[in-house]
Design a protein around this ligand. Structure first.
Ligand code: ADP
Length: 364
């Protein structure tokens, strides 16, 4: 069932944790909430779960009101499954008992069969009689997820559910969780501070910065058209570079970038009334007029390197798998360039940056 947040604002004392957040998560959709630490991600989930009261706004399940300032059903009366990082399994119950906990309305025979089938679905059939502390972190997370799913919740809330699991297993767990949630058609809201995790799990990503929803969209949309500096840097991997408008180019310390390589240049061209405000919501007004200072965000894989007599030098190089990340330094400035393996140049090589195929956005 769709869960909708309408105009949710929240404060702790006089500190604002959420400002007027709107979000709808459809049946079978996975939305990740991404943002830096302290941006209000967990608070939004806790409000939906009934662990924090609604101070302003309302939450709906389908067209039914779930909670608002007057209505505040306790967590156990909400058709919502929770897997929180600190929401551990019952330690004195076996894995099977933990999962059966939510199935108390079923007959024992049916309950046993469901537990068995669900454990098998996450490759944990052998673990039924074990106690949680004898399981690895990843196994405990899988049990917590199926325990939450066993109650067939309308909505699933996951708060950094894989935080305690190491990287290779985390990827596998994400994949399994995504397939399971998709198969059950559950509307899912998952908090993460890890952009890679959000890209991997989400149908759409809601980006929160300081309690404000700065962008909501598919991973592709965020990658292609970041609307906030946080999205530009963390999701789109854009690196900031200062420049100045000079004729048909933007002059930077590393050379000139043709203005026609700037994908959002239209937003900054001076119209009849002067400059247009940036599409990056958190940026200042900027105009592409002669001499204007701008901050660009550049995609490292669209830059080229020409071995010449400088003026820049390759100061470091790292292998990323199929590509090299090369750090190019000129005086106090640095720029990252990603090149194909066969184009990799040695540390110490004097180079010039080739901006001919560069893809860049204007931040401000
Ligand atoms: P995130 O999950 O993005 O890290 P949180 O939702 O946990 O952020 O917190 C948002 C802001 O609200 C932070 O500044 C945090 O310190 C504050 N906060 C969260 N919970 C409480 C609380 N119970 N009491 C006071 N401040 C809180």
């Amino acid at each position: 069932m769709t869960i909708a947040f309408r105009g949710i604002s929240h404060k702790f004392g006089n500190q604002t944790a959420l400002s007027n957040v709107d979000l709808e998560v459809e049946d079978g959709e996975i939305v990740c909430i991404l943002g830096p630490s302290g941006s209000g991600k967990s608070t939004l989930l806790r409000i939906a779960a009934g662990l924090e009261p609604v101070q302003q706004g309302a939450i709906f399940l389908g067209d039914q009101l779930l909670a608002d300032v007057q209505t505040n059903p306790p967590p156990e009366r909400r058709p919502i499954g929770l897997v929180f990082q600190d929401h551990v399994l019952f330690p004195h119950q076996t894995v099977a008992e933990n999962i059966a906990f939510g199935l108390h309305n079923q007959s024992k025979a049916l309950r046993d069969a469901m537990v068995k089938q669900q454990l098998a679905s996450v490759d944990l059939a052998d673990m039924a009689q074990r106690y949680p502390h004898t399981l690895s972190g990843g196994q405990q997370q899988r049990v917590a997820l199926i325990r939450a799913l066993a109650t067939e919740p309308e909505v699933m809330l996951l708060d950094e559910p894989f935080a305690s699991v190491d990287t290779p297993l985390r990827r596998k767990l994400r994949e399994q969780a995504r397939l399971t949630l998709k198969a059950t058609g559950t509307a899912t809201l998952m908090v993460t501070h890890d952009p890679e995790e959000a890209m991997d799990m989400a149908d759409r990503i809601l980006v929160l910065v300081d309690g404000v929803a700065v962008q909501l969209g598919t991973p592709e949309a965020l990658w292609r058209s970041p609307k906030a500096a946080f999205v530009a840097q963390t999701i789109a991997g854009l690196q900031p570079l200062q420049g100045q408008v000079c004729g048909e180019n933007i002059q930077t310390a590393f050379g000139a970038i043709p203005i026609n390589r700037i994908t959002n240049r239209e937003d900054f061209l001076n119209g009849a009334g002067g400059g247009v405000k940036s599409t990056l919501q958190d940026s200042r007004t900027a105009e592409l007029v002669e001499g204007a200072n701008v901050t660009l965000g550049i995609r490292p894989h669209t830059l080229g390197l020409k071995p010449t007599n400088g003026p820049a030098v390759i100061s470091d190089r790292r292998f990323l798998g199929q590509r090299y990340l090369t750090l190019v330094t000129l005086e106090n400035e640095q720029i990252r360039v990603e090149t194909a393996e066969h184009e990799a140049l040695a540390i110490g090589t004097l180079v010039e940056i080739n901006f001919a195929s560069a893809e860049a956005l204007i931040y401000s």
